[in-house]
Write a protein that binds this ligand. Structure first.
Ligand SMILES: [Zn+2]
Length: 248
């Protein structure tokens, strides 16, 4: 391999049409974080790397460097396609949201080993436990927060010692009615209990826990405003996911 050629294991988080026959790929890789790749001729049916470059595919890429963070595709070999997800519009929407959220938390030129592993493990479990998609989403959101260094704490009491019934989005903690912040949202005991368990557990325990589906689903009222506040934005794929969940 020449100096400007690199090999990466990466997940395709976005693939957009570029010109007549090309695609622009956004990947997140263990080695180089987020990278943009121009895949010339990828729209052609005969392109040998086509199946390895679809969204959500985890593949081994050989790339030629153009400049920092920007490459052209030489070849790609599929490692894992997560086909179960691409066959179901709801699961695919969850997968698209997870990958775009991970993409927001990964930088260019900085290795993203943990983020890539978190995304891969989450997608694997989503294929295995499709009925638990809402729980898996909540777990993914909590664990990506941790990797971004924004860690909410879930205790039953406000720091003043009184029973907590609000979650302060800005402070990332449970507060009583007297000490709630203006943007705080109501939170009930079952939600605190599950959020506390999920944030304190290992990824595996959290992804495989059995809990009340209504409670895991309801935690999006906590995780989404928290991510929105601290990341400053949320991926458009979340709106799409909400519209799909409502339909099905
Ligand atoms: Zn208080």
């Amino acid at each position: 391999m020449s100096d400007d050629t690199i090999k990466l294991s990466a997940i395709v988080i976005k693939a957009t049409k570029s010109g007549e026959n090309d695609k622009m790929l956004t990947l997140i890789s263990q080695e180089e974080g987020k990278v943009t790749v121009l895949a010339k001729g990828l729209m052609s049916l005969k392109h040998k790397s086509k199946s390895a470059c679809a969204p959500l595919c985890y593949s081994s890429f050989v790339l030629k460097k153009v400049k920092d963070g920007f490459y052209t595709l030489i070849s790609a070999e599929l490692i894992e396609s997560f086909r179960t997800l691409s066959e179901d519009v709801v699961l695919l929407s969850y997968g698209a949201y997870f990958s775009s959220l991970a993409g927001m938390c990964v930088q260019s030129g900085v290795g993203a080993d943990e983020e890539v592993r978190l995304l891969l493990n989450t997608l694997y479990v989503l294929c295995k436990r499709p009925d638990e998609a809402a729980l898996i989403k909540t777990v993914f959101e909590f664990k990506i927060m941790e990797l971004c260094g924004i860690v909410p704490e879930f205790e039953y009491e406000c720091p003043c010692g009184k029973e907590g019934s609000f979650f302060s989005v800005s402070e990332g903690e449970v507060r009583c009615s007297e000490h709630k912040t203006p943007e705080a949202i109501p939170i009930h005991k079952a939600q605190i209990q599950l959020a506390k368990y999920l944030t304190e557990s290992t990824l595996k325990d959290a992804l495989f826990c059995s809990c009340d589906k209504r409670v895991s689903f309801s935690l999006s009222s906590v995780t989404e405003p928290f991510l929105q506040y601290h990341l400053g934005n949320l991926p458009n794929s979340l709106d799409y996911l909400h519209s799909i969940i409502e339909k099905f």
